[in-house]
Design a protein around this ligand. Sequence first.
Ligand code: NAD
Length: 718
Amino acid sequence: MTSPAVIYQGKAIQVELLDSGIAQLTLNLPQAAVNVFNQLMLNELQAAVTAVATSQAKALMCVSGKSSFVVGADISEFTQLFKLPEKELLAWCEQTNAVFNALEDLPVPSISVIDGMALGGGLELCLATDLRLGSEKAVLGFPEVKLGICPGFGGTVRATRLLGLETACDWIISGRQLAADQALSSGALDAVVAADILQESATAMLDECLAGSIDYLALRQRKKDPLAREEATEPQIANVKSAAFKAGRVHYPAPVIAVDAICAALACGRAEALQHEHKAFVQLAHTPVAGNLVQLFLSEQYLKRTAKKVASQAHPVARAAVIGAGIMGGGIAYQSALTGTPILMKDIAQQGLDLGMDEAEKHSARLLKKGQISAAERQKILDSIAPTLEYTDFSSADVVVEAVIENVNVKNKVLAEVEQTLKPTAVLTSNTSTISISLLARALQQPQNFCGMHFFNPVALMPLVEVIRGDKSSEQTIATTVAYAQKMGKTPIVVNDCPGFLVNRILFPYFGAFAMLIRDGADFRDVDRVMEAFGWPMGPAYLLDVVGIDTAAHAMKVMAEGFPDRMRYEFHTVIDFLHEQGSYGQKNGRGFYRYQTDENGRLQKMLDDSIISNIQTIQTAQRQIHDREIVERLMVAMCLETVRCLEDGIIDTAIEADMGLVLGLGFPRFRGGALRYIDSMGAEEFCTLADRYAELGPLYQVTAGLRAMAAAQEKFYP
Ligand code: NAD
């Protein structure tokens, strides 16, 4: 047998003419684990399609040289691409789509063979071929809305005609990934077969096209024609528009704009329909939301790469231990067990251990109910947590997390005690929220083996772990802690030590700014409403109730000691006031709001006039504060502390600062983080805004570094 003739050879795409007469187009991006559509691949696709069109091939089969098909576009190229002016970006859309159209219009039948993921642009390539064959591992989806954009390679047009209006809109506005069976039943795949017979099955399907038993030209035409009126009825259109509005809410325009473009193109043929898609794509690509979401994607990749590099020096973690089986300790034990690291859980009280185990039982029961784990897996998770009142067996632990109450003396005693029981290579960490790691290290014989490992509540849901480098922590200690956090499925960010570290150091000035607003006459209900409309998952008053007003009042004292110049307040804060009155928030049913458990066991938040009038007694003014002023005062305080963290070297990059806020505090993703927020406004305008509030005190003092940035018209992000 002779080797197949190569009819096109690029760097990322090769086309061979097989003995069967079928042209096989293989996508295989060099030096990459997965295929992504970058400009190189797009250019080569054009040349490859031309080569097929002018060859003797009787059919085309598109395959991947990787373990997945194509996972999407190359997002690292988006930042520059989206900066193109409207006309140029529209021209880019036209030019790129011409390639997909040429593929669709080939004089021969075509099929995509999908083993693994075909997402975004990858799926759009598959939609341009006449047929799609998947293995059981095929996964299809349009993730574009997650980046604030819509499909741009004809996906909105072809999917609507192939899957029907409602299914196509559902795929596009949800960004969901669909398994092979779902893709088959919705018509996105024509067949699903075992991976080892993909090639022969694809050949057979192409032969059927050639023999006329599959009318590929009719299938092709259907993707290019307008939809018939009965295929997109008024009620269906109303449904998809309302679903898009719900999916995007106020802050995310992509679902609404994508669905509007789809609906506007229903009665259009391919060329005109694509114009609607191009316009929507360009409009979305130019929104700040898309810019911010694309940056967040790139930032997530950056954090993964950085953590992987740091973790390369780690000691293996086969067994862990946690001290304190409370809210945090119980959560840490469960997460460790769930992700495959058995853990000892120590407390001083049996009651604490019982609570910790209850948490693990509750969480694992939920996964079992959802069908995400089997009964045997659940049992294995529970068996991996060893509750204990003693330090017996601690010598087997590779990492220990201290999670006892937030009290320096108690922590010092516990840390010194546990250190005696550990093997020399073990890493000891503290989950303290605010206390300086270098300070805690003073109680230890081996401070180099100690660092912070700060989880967020609830541990199972919150993705961030701050790994805090004390002044004596060794790189090996940091590496092992980062590796353990990753193994637990979390995103670690290494931060240098200071009271509150990164996230709480920034959160507490925000709470300080909130307390000043209340002092000056703001109604906390207005503050919550305004900040939730700004995009926060909850306003500051509600957040304080969730965190615990007692916890916050205590942490505020620690922060005041750490940063007396700006975090010690010379007035009676509403946080101290409520704390002194025994209002602790959700934990005792009374804080800024009142809480009651409903019949489903869920906490209901209610307003209580007596709480409102009580708070009024400490307000020094009853001034109506404008919504805009509320946002500005809170955001300026938060942003300036973020700038100080970066300038003080608490983190190395703007990316880490912003990702800490997004992952640790729920900073609105569409705004991209505090430094990104300053960038969006421009440093100069931000400084002018902050100066307007200068009289409120040192929290509002602009740093010299930021002023210099403003003068030089610099940004935090390129
Ligand atoms: P918690 O009060 O729920 O639990 C503390 C547990 O520690 C209790 O079970 C207690 O019996 C146990 N304990 C006390 N002294 C002990 C000792 N000497 N040895 C062993 N166990 C002992 O507290 P929590 O909310 O889980 O907080 C624990 C730590 O995590 C604190 O440092 C806190 O600042 C930090 N943290 C809390 C949160 C949060 O939202 N709750 C978030 C991040 C970090």
